[in-house]
Design a protein around this ligand. Structure first.
Ligand code: C2E
Ligand code: MG
Ligand code: MG
Length: 575
């Protein structure tokens, strides 16, 4: 009897324990985010647990209902899901699959675990369904960010380079050409400054979506950064030839872009083209080469296309070398000033001297022309210390010569736009005149039209200020820029220098002669002084004198010379 009682108590206790355990497991299942299905092979029993109802709108009560799950997923995922749900058929212990559901929005990961007995017969099976939609979209977003550019939806630089490398690999096998085109919107910074960055982005996006239409199996389009795009064309023939694409882009940019701000924007683009295998066999180098020639097309006046060739690359490498050396030269002050005399046509009397910088490169003892290094110095900012040195050196030299020879003439100093734009430029100049006790009217600043492009009003005001203090202003290289005679009227200048390119052909080309004479007449009417630059022949001098040009500068009457040679000349004048 006692024995019976003992057995009964034991069973009760075990039962209580089991109930407690079951409650615990149910609680765990119910509070989990997932849905579960349990299947007991020996009893052929099925239970669904957890958040089943959140996942599925049907219940599963018997094992033959399990295939109903296939209907819940998109068709392409049915077979893979079947392999997972019945993994015991392949004698697997666990398996999982990610399925897109019928609603085409949510993603569910099905995971199965199967327990086998000692004889390798399946005993229990648990299927867990987990909602992974959020993770999936985050992953998609990350994938998107890794491959595409957020503004335009085009490939980003990194992914483009990878795909281009793949093009090149294919091209190597099939001996095909691959063209890379770099496309840059001209004056984008000005556009951005003018209309604001957000509207600027819209332009980038609109132009990008136009370029996207070129995309195909053989054409990749990428947004590199800011206003720069790149295309790669596998086997560029027919409708995907560079010429054809160039024409279509030209046609598109002739039409203005309509922006949501109401702006109608007309743009031009500069393009650089480099070809595999001619320019390079590496993806990154090809892009670099296309970029180098794109910059070249910018310097050729923008709105053009430029094809890669070896001389352009050499010029680029040379410029990079100069840029590196230039930093050193500024530091070591490897510059000297030469001076070129200017004479009145009337009586050939000395009118003044133009101060021209010379750079003697200590490495190979060559002289590097300012026409080469000044533009580089303007780009990298070295023009500021160089230009300041030129101004001081020229004024100091003038003071010394006036003291020594007592000769009156004008010292002309070339001023770069960047230097002129500095806030303290006027006070810097005034400080030097004070320091060397030089009269402002003996100093002339040579500026070019490029100064005027950015801010005509601001520049004119500064010119007024300088002229107010007595300094002379001369407009250099007239005829090479936008040279509109009409804006001359508005400019407070004293002298206009007719560019050498006119003088070169003035005796041989009728059109040039007509323009030159009309410039000289206009200058006279406005009350300015005219200087002809680059006069090399006596006939040119005679002609210019007869048509009324005031001053001549050129090799005919004197080359740019070092100070010692100029001193000899001043010595003669003194006598
Ligand atoms: P630029 O101001 O127009 O100077 C005139 C250039 O023409 C000088 O070249 C001069 O040597 C050259 N030239 C004068 N007469 C003749 C001639 O009869 N025949 C030929 N073939 N050439 C002649 P350079 O000295 O090589 O200077 C080139 C340019 O570099 C200058 O053109 C100027 O824009 C710039 N530059 C020179 N020195 C300075 C400087 O100190 N500061 C700045 N910012 N620019 C400078
Ligand atoms: Mg000059
Ligand atoms: Mg000039």
């Amino acid at each position: 009897m006692n024995e019976m009682r003992y057995q009964l108590d034991l069973l009760k206790a075990m039962n209580q324990k089991l109930n407690a355990k079951e409650r615990m497991y149910r609680l765990i299942c119910d509070t989990a985010e997932n849905a579960y299905l349990y299947y007991a092979f020996d009893r052929d029993e099925v239970f669904t647990l957890g958040r089943w109802d959140d996942f599925f709108d049907f219940d599963i009560k018997e094992s033959r209902d399990i295939p109903r799950l296939f209907d819940a997923v998109e068709e392409t995922y049915m077979m893979p899901l079947r392999d997972v749900l019945f993994a015991e058929k392949n004698h697997q212990g666990e398996a999982s699959v990610e399925c897109l559901m019928k609603d085409r929005r949510s993603w569910v990961r099905f995971r199965v675990d199967i327990v086998y007995d000692e004889d390798d017969k399946p005993v229990d099976k648990v299927v867990c369904a987990e909602n992974i939609s959020k993770m999936k979209t985050q992953k998609d977003e990350l994938m998107y960010m890794a491959y595409y550019d957020g503004i335009t939806g085009l490939y980003n630089r990194n992914y483009f380079v990878r795909l281009l490398a793949e093009f090149l690999r294919r091209a190597a096998e099939t001996k095909t050409i691959v063209s890379v085109i770099l496309i840059d919107i001209d004056d984008f910074r000005k556009i951005n400054d003018g209309i604001g960055m957000i509207v600027g982005d819209e332009l980038v996006q609109q132009f990008g979506s136009f370029l996207k239409d070129f995309e195909s199996e053989n054409v990749l389009v990428c947004h590199m950064n800011s206003d720069v795009y790149c295309m790669a064309i596998y086997d560029p023939v027919g409708s995907r030839s560079v010429e054809h694409i160039h024409k279509q882009i030209q046609r598109r940019v002739k039409e203005p872009f309509q922006l949501s701000s109401g702006h109608l924007l007309q743009i031009t683009v500069s393009m650089g083209v480099a070809e595999y295998p001619e320019a390079s066999t590496s993806a990154l180098e090809l892009i670099n080469c296309a970029e180098i020639v794109m910059f070249k097309s910018k310097t050729m006046g923008k709105n053009t296309i430029q094809y890669f060739d070896a001389p352009i690359l050499n010029e680029f490498i040379h410029n990079v070398e100069i840029e590196n050396k230039l930093k050193e030269a500024v530091f070591q002050n490897n510059f000297v000033m030469h001076f070129q005399p200017q004479y009145f046509t009337d009586g050939r009397k000395l009118r003044g001297m133009e101060a021209l910088i010379r750079w003697k490169d200590n490495g190979d003892h060559t002289m590097i022309s300012p026409a080469t290094f000044i533009p580089i110095a303007e780009k990298n900012g070295a023009i500021i210390p160089i230009g300041n040195w030129v101004v001081e050196q020229s004024i100091r030299q003038y003071a010394e010569w006036r003291e020594k020879y007592g000769v009156d003439f004008i010292m002309s100093i070339n001023i770069s736009a960047l230097q002129y734009g500095r806030e303290n430029f006027v006070s810097f100049l005034m400080g030097l005149l004070e320091k060397y006790q030089v009269n402002a009217s003996q100093i002339e600043l040579e500026i070019t039209e490029s100064i005027l492009i950015s801010d005509f009003k601001g520049v004119s005001e500064k010119l007024m200020l300088l002229r107010g203090s007595g300094i002379r202003i001369s407009l250099d290289d007239f005829g090479t820029g936008f040279s509109s005679l009409s804006y001359l009227k508005k400019l407070p200048i004293d002298t206009l220098k007719i560019d050498k390119s006119f003088i070169d052909t003035v005796l041989t080309d009728t059109a040039t002669r007509i323009i030159t004479e009309s410039i000289i007449n206009m200058v006279k009417t406005l009350g300015f002084e005219s200087i002809a630059e680059g006069v090399e022949q006596e006939q040119q001098f005679e002609y210019l004198r007869t048509v009324g040009c005031d001053v001549i500068q050129g090799f005919l009457l004197g080359r740019p010379q070092p100070p010692e040679d100029i001193e000899r000349l001043l010595e003669e004048l003194k006598d």
